[in-house]
Design a binder for this molecule. Structure first.
Ligand code: URA
Length: 259
């Protein structure tokens, strides 16, 4: 990939040294652990099939269109986080973006504004994306667009860690978002997003540098931008991860063109 002056300037601004991607992507291993259905909230089959199932129940998300899904998230009361949230944070970006970024959960500013990654971590994320000529804008060329979502749509009080039951309750929403976007690549940021999507307890350091899959979509693991703000040395590794993700998208584009 040839970098423009603008991209190089952006990288310098981020304190990131240039990375030459050389690592071939390994064949994607199937995620270890229970199948997706095992994480969905337990709903009796009869209740799930029932027309009376409220559209706001996360388990009913699988058939919803964008507008219905947004409404279901806004109305969700499936876990305790609905008690303390100011508003739900659905996600932002192009509905058919080629890239999908998945973070952990809204923080205070996101809870206030209703949009993911709007604080300092979000500014770093946007700078990293800009360096690859990507943006969260809802219009434009899908290949240059990102849809940003979180594993949790509601802020955990005091920014505490997401709890397993909260992640499980919210996952059908994220799963449906991925089905609707149909991204070419998922970038999973931070321990909670990575471990819940890949069903693993492995550390990010052991999972990065290769291509995983979620619902058949290639997934690359990287550090959370909030962590990168405190750990400058890992910024270079995060940049490597973005380059790997870009490589996967580029490779798939080339494969598509030759089919
Ligand atoms: N951290 C996240 O993981 N998501 C946000 O939306 C904001 C901060």
């Amino acid at each position: 990939m040839a970098w423009s002056e603008r991209q190089l300037a952006m990288l310098r601004e981020m304190g990131v040294r240039m990375f030459v991607p050389v690592r071939p992507s390994a064949p994607a291993p199937a995620p270890a652990g229970p199948p997706m259905a095992a994480l969905a909230p337990a709903v009796p089959a009869s209740a799930e099939a029932s027309a009376a199932t409220p559209a706001s129940a996360p388990s009913a998300a699988g058939s919803l269109d964008w507008a219905q899904l947004r409404a279901a998230v806004a109305a969700c009361r499936a876990c305790r986080l609905c008690e303390s949230r100011k508003q739900t944070v659905f996600g932002v970006g192009h509905p058919h973006a080629h890239w999908m970024v998945i973070g952990e959960a809204p923080g205070a500013q996101e809870d206030e504004q209703g949009e993911p990654f709007v604080g300092a971590a979000g500014q770093l994320l946007d700078a990293m994306l800009r360096a690859l000529d990507l943006s969260r804008a809802a219009q434009g060329e899908p290949a240059r667009r990102v849809f940003i979502a979180n594993t949790l749509k509601c802020r955990p009080p005091g920014n505490r860690n997401p709890q397993p039951d909260e992640l499980a309750a919210c996952e059908p929403f994220l799963r449906r978002q991925i089905e609707l976007v149909q991204p070419r690549i998922i970038l999973a940021m931070g321990r909670f997003a990575v471990q819940s999507l890949l069903r693993t307890n492995e550390a990010i350091g052991r999972l990065r540098g290769r291509v995983h899959r979620y619902q058949g979509v290639p997934l690359v693991v990287t550090y959370h931008p909030a962590y990168l703000l405190r750990n400058l040395v890992d910024k270079a590794r995060a940049w490597e991860d973005l380059c790997l993700a870009a490589q996967v998208v580029e490779q798939n584009r080339t494969d598509d063109a030759t089919c």
